[in-house]
Structure formats: structure tokens, C-alpha cells
Design a protein around this ligand. Structure first.
Ligand code: HEC
Length: 159
């Protein structure tokens, strides 16, 4: 009973090429979904930036992210004990060192560390934690976009 049903389906598909075209379209759609799904964990910093841009678009006066603002945010003390650079150093392309634990931290700039900004969950977790520590509050979408713009603007040469 079962084998003959399967056989019939097989020959049906062979006789009607339209069926297999729509089947391959489904495969294409599934692949596109996997590639775009955040849970796939393979986003690029451009995808992340686009998400923050959509969020920041509601902020009055927002036009575009600024690497210069991001750089300042990264280097500033914000009137508190820590700066981003306290642990990630003044040059985010360099190895960092945790101010408290002394543990080394891989470079933050994608040019020096391709794994950076590829996992939205990881990025959000650390933005939340580190912005609270450094600014005393969470960063806004605009600030996160500014920071990523700064970090991705860094090339191979020291500036
Ligand atoms: C007290 C030390 C410390 C300070 C200060 C700090 N960070 Fe970090 N940061 C870490 C550690 C530890 C990690 C996680 C380890 C790792 O990813 O290498 C991390 C990870 C990150 C990540 C994850 C990126 C990714 O894709 O992997 C981002 C983004 C980040 N920090 C941004 C910032 C920004 C922006 C500031 C300033 C507002 C800041 N950090 C200040 C220690 C610090």
C-alpha cells in the first residue's frame, strides 16, 4: 500500500514539470528565509545597522548615523568611572583588557575581528550591559548605530 502510493507521487512529478519548478521555488524561499532569519545568527553589521536605523527613524532630528559621534561616545567618560575604551582600549582594533578581571578581550572593530556584530543577541546583550556601566543607562538605537558606524569605519591603518 505505502510503496505504491509513493511510486505514484514520483511518476506524477516526473510527468508534470510545473510541480518540480514550484518545489524548487519553495526551496529557494526556504533558503532565503534561513539567510534572513535573525535566529540563524549570521547577520552582518550592515543588517544590524539597518535595524537600528529603522528604530532611530522615529527620533526627532535623526537623519543618519555618525562615526564621529560614535567615536566620541566610545572615548568619553560620561562623568563616570569607565569609558568604552577602559576595556576595549583607545584603538578598538587592538586586543582589549578587562579593567576589573584583567582578562583579555578580542578586538571590537570588525576589521580586526570578523566575528564582531554578527550575532544580534550577543550585540544586544553587551550593549545593554556596557552602556549601563559606562553611561548609567542603556544606549539608544541612534547611539548604537553611531558606535557601529565608528567601529566599522576603522580601516587597517591606525588613525
Ligand atoms: C568593564 C569592561 C568593559 C567596558 C567598560 C566595555 N566593554 Fe564592551 N565588552 C566587554 C566584554 C568582557 C565583552 C564580551 C567579551 C567579548 O565579546 O570579547 C564586551 C563585548 C562588547 C560587544 C559585543 C560585540 C560583538 O559583536 O561581539 C560590544 C558591541 C561592546 N562590548 C561595546 C561596548 C561599548 C559601546 C562600550 C562603551 C559604552 C563598552 N563595550 C564598554 C567589556 C567591556
Amino acid at each position: 500500500m505505502l510503496p505504491s502510493t509513493r511510486d505514484r507521487r514520483h511518476s506524477d512529478e516526473a510527468d508534470r514539470p510545473g510541480r518540480s519548478i514550484s518545489a524548487s521555488m519553495r526551496v529557494v524561499a526556504a533558503v532565503m528565509f534561513l539567510v534572513s532569519a535573525p535566529s540563524a545568527g549570521a547577520e552582518t553589521w550592515r543588517d544590524l545597522l539597518q535595524g537600528y536605523r529603522a528604530e532611530a527613524a522615529g527620533t526627532p532630528g535623526f537623519t543618519e548615523f555618525s562615526a564621529a559621534r560614535g567615536r566620541q561616545l566610545f572615548a568619553d567618560s560620561h562623568g563616570r568611572d569607565w569609558r568604552c575604551s577602559s576595556c576595549h582600549t583607545d584603538d578598538p582594533r587592538a586586543m582589549g583588557r578587562h579593567e576589573v578581571t584583567g582578562k583579555s578581550i578580542q578586538p571590537l572593530a570588525p576589521i580586526a575581528n570578523a566575528a564582531r556584530f554578527t550575532s544580534p543577541r550577543k550585540v544586544e546583550k553587551w550593549f545593554r550591559r556596557n552602556c549601563r556601566d559606562v553611561l548609567g543607562r542603556e544606549c539608544t538605537a541612534r547611539e548604537k548605530g553611531d558606535l557601529i558606524s565608528y567601529l566599522t569605519s576603522l580601516g587597517g591603518e591606525r588613525q
